[in-house]
Design a binder for this molecule. Structure first.
Ligand code: FES
Ligand SMILES: [Fe+2]
Length: 356
């Protein structure tokens, strides 16, 4: 007989999805250079994962759990094209197939895809992975914002991990007004008014939240981007001493490590090519990077010291309409995903993740 999932469980599942990341998106995992051939343990989306490279340099991201009795595959030996579990020697290929069970050759586990493997890409210094609601379905297009795909932009990845929920970072990036207060001592955010009116403007991939009366004076707009990948794009004006390339752009992307911790990706970029790109990179490394870290520290201090339920007791005003809209979009999609998983269970499908 078909199972009926109570609404309360669906709502709880939606909250859990929201806390550890929507399904069916590409997510940044870590900087590419963190993964060599030795298996590395990572946590993303509240899941224990292992990342490693095979002998051809191809990167694999898998659940960090041996299908035999659950030993961590991050403890395994890399045998070139497979991980060999330390506990009893199970051999797992990069696609999750069990190649051999030395303790009992021919056992039913051999030949099965018993470990979940996530589709991965490497781009602009980072590893990305597809977090599908259906582990067996192919990923959607790897569709990053143009600022990360168009060669006219030179982007430098800045990666860090913060002890706060990822939603605080989304809120922070969708809040252009904080530039004129929190960052008023920063080299690039001393100009402009401390009051503003905002409007939203829809785009093909999301929307822009922008000040109506001021542009290119401070942190004056944010763009929510959501096309199989979520990010906030923004620009900060630069003084002439900042070298060629005009405004300084940031693509901010956040991946939940778990409900309380976030892997933060900031691709700092400018529209420069050729020698100008080299100047930008040089200036960045020698002078600007340190200043940018200082600005980020101002954000981090606020984010990490806010109560985990800070957004449950707020008094929002018009500057917060951008982040409010993103919250609504995220919450609606989390509920849709929870409903779809529940419907799959009710139909008898093995929806792997429901109720976790
Ligand atoms: S737990 Fe891995 S082979 Fe036994
Ligand atoms: Fe900030």
């Amino acid at each position: 007989m078909a199972r009926r999932i109570p609404q309360r469980q669906v709502d709880e599942r939606a909250q859990a999805i929201l806390a550890t990341g929507l399904y069916d998106r590409w997510y940044g995992i870590c900087p590419s250079d963190r993964i060599a051939d030795r298996p590395v343990a990572l946590k993303r989306w509240g899941r224990n994962l292992v990342a490693w490279r095979d002998r051809d340099g191809a990167l694999h991201l898998q659940d960090d759990r041996c299908p035999h009795r659950g030993a961590r595959l991050s403890l395994a030996r890399n045998d070139g094209d497979r991980l060999v579990c330390v506990y009893h020697g199970a051999q797992i290929l990069g696609d999750g197939t069990v190649a051999a069970i030395p303790g009992e050759p021919g056992c039913g586990l051999e030949g099965k895809r018993a470990v979940r493997s996530y589709p991965v890409r490497e781009h602009r210094g980072a590893v990305f992975a597809w977090y599908g609601s259906d582990p067996d379905a192919p990923p959607a297009d790897f569709a990053l914002p143009e600022r990360l795909t168009n060669g006219a932009f030179r982007a430098i990845l800045c990666y860090t991990e913060w002890r706060c929920p990822y939603r605080f970072l989304i809120d922070n990036n969708m809040d252009p007004m904080h530039g004129a207060f929190l960052h008023t001592t920063a080299h690039s955010m001393q100009q402009g008014s401390r009051q503003a009116e905002f409007r939203t403007r829809d785009t093909e991939t999301g929307f822009v939240f922008e000040k109506t009366g001021q542009k290119d004076l401070n942190f004056d707009w944010s763009e929510w981007y959501d096309r199989n990948f979520q990010a906030v794009c923004l620009e900060i004006p630069y003084p002439a001493t900042g070298g060629p390339g005009g405004n300084f752009g940031i693509v901010a992307h956040m991946t939940p490590i778990d409900a309380e911790t976030t892997a933060c990706f900031f691709w700092r970029h400018r529209k420069v090519s050729g020698w100008q790109a080299d100047v930008w990179q040089f200036l960045y490394r020698t002078r600007l990077e340190e200043r940018h870290w200082h600005v980020l520290e101002q954000d981090r201090l606020v984010m990490e010291t806010m109560a985990a339920d800070a957004d449950a007791r707020e008094h929002l005003y018009s500057h917060d309409l951008g982040l409010t809209r993103v919250r609504g979009l995220m919450a609606r999609e989390a509920l849709q995903q929870a409903r779809a998983l529940a419907a799959g269970l009710e139909d008898g499908a093995q929806a792997e993740t429901f109720g976790q």
